[in-house]
Design a protein. Structure first.
Length: 227
C-alpha cells in the first residue's frame, strides 16, 4: 500500500488521516503550516446580530475575548468548526456542511443582517448577499521551516495530498526536482495543482474541491499500483 502524505495543517490533517485509515490507506501527517494567534480588536457585541466562524482554528485562536459574543446566534462552516465552538462553551451552533456562501444564505434566511466573522487572514470568498459582514482575523497560517523528514517520508510511489495554493508553493520549494518523478500528487483544485509545479509522476485533482474526493482518487491510485 502506497504511503499517503497529508500536508494540510491541523486539525484538518488528523481528520483527513482518519478518513484515509477508514478507506484502508496508510496516511502520514506532515503539515507545512500551523496556525499562529494574532492580537485582535474585539468590537462591541451589540453591533452584530449573528456570529460566523468558517474554521475551527478561529474558535481555538480567538481566546477569551470570543466569549463576548456567546449570546449571538452562532453559525459554523463544517462540523469540526462547530465542535471547536462547543469546546469553547457554545451549546447552540448552526453548522453547515457546504461553504461560507451557503451558510451566509442561511444566516440571511434566518433574518440576520449584521454578522461578525471570526476568521484567519486568508479566507475563501463568501457571497454576502444582503448581509453586512465584518471580518476580523484572529490567526494566520505560518509556514513551518523546511524539514528533512518530509523528504525522507516521500518514498517512491508515495501520494501527496495538497489542500491549498500556499501549501503547493511550499511543497514545490521543499521537494527537489530529482525526487518528484517517483511521487504522485493529488491537489484539491486545479489552481492548487498549478502551484505545486511540475515533474511529478502523476498529478490530478477531483472535479469538486472536496477532501473525500481527493481520498477517493488516492485510493484508486493505490489500487492501480497494486495491480
Amino acid at each position: 500500500m502506497s504511503r499517503i502524505l497529508i500536508l494540510r495543517p491541523q486539525p484538518g490533517a488528523d481528520r483527513t488521516a482518519e478518513r484515509a485509515r477508514q478507506l484502508g490507506l496508510s496516511p502520514v501527517v506532515h503539515p507545512l503550516f500551523a496556525p499562529e494567534t494574532l492580537d485582535w480588536p474585539a468590537p462591541p457585541a451589540q453591533d452584530f446580530d449573528a456570529l460566523l466562524l468558517t474554521s475551527a482554528n478561529g474558535a481555538r485562536c480567538a481566546g477569551p475575548a470570543l466569549k463576548a459574543y456567546h449570546a449571538l446566534p452562532t453559525y459554523a462552516v463544517g462540523q469540526a468548526t462547530a465542535d471547536a465552538l462547543h469546546a469553547a462553551g457554545w451549546d447552540d451552533v448552526a453548522a453547515g456542511d457546504k461553504d461560507g456562501s451557503a451558510i451566509a444564505a442561511r444566516i440571511a434566511r434566518d433574518g440576520h443582517r449584521r454578522v461578525l466573522h471570526i476568521a484567519g487572514t486568508t479566507v475563501a470568498p463568501i457571497e454576502a448577499g444582503p448581509l453586512a459582514i465584518t471580518r476580523i482575523a484572529v490567526y494566520h497560517m505560518a509556514a513551518l521551516p523546511s524539514d528533512p523528514a518530509l523528504i525522507a517520508a516521500a518514498t517512491p510511489g508515495a501520494i501527496l495530498l495538497v489542500h491549498s495554493p500556499r501549501a503547493g508553493e511550499q511543497l514545490a520549494a521543499q521537494m527537489p526536482q530529482s525526487r518528484r518523478g517517483a511521487l504522485h500528487l493529488i491537489a484539491i483544485s486545479a489552481n492548487v495543482l498549478a502551484a505545486c509545479g511540475d515533474g511529478w509522476a502523476s498529478a490530478a485533482c477531483p472535479p469538486r474541491p472536496d477532501d473525500d474526493e481527493m481520498l477517493a482518487l488516492a485510493r484508486a491510485l493505490c489500487e492501480g499500483q497494486q495491480q
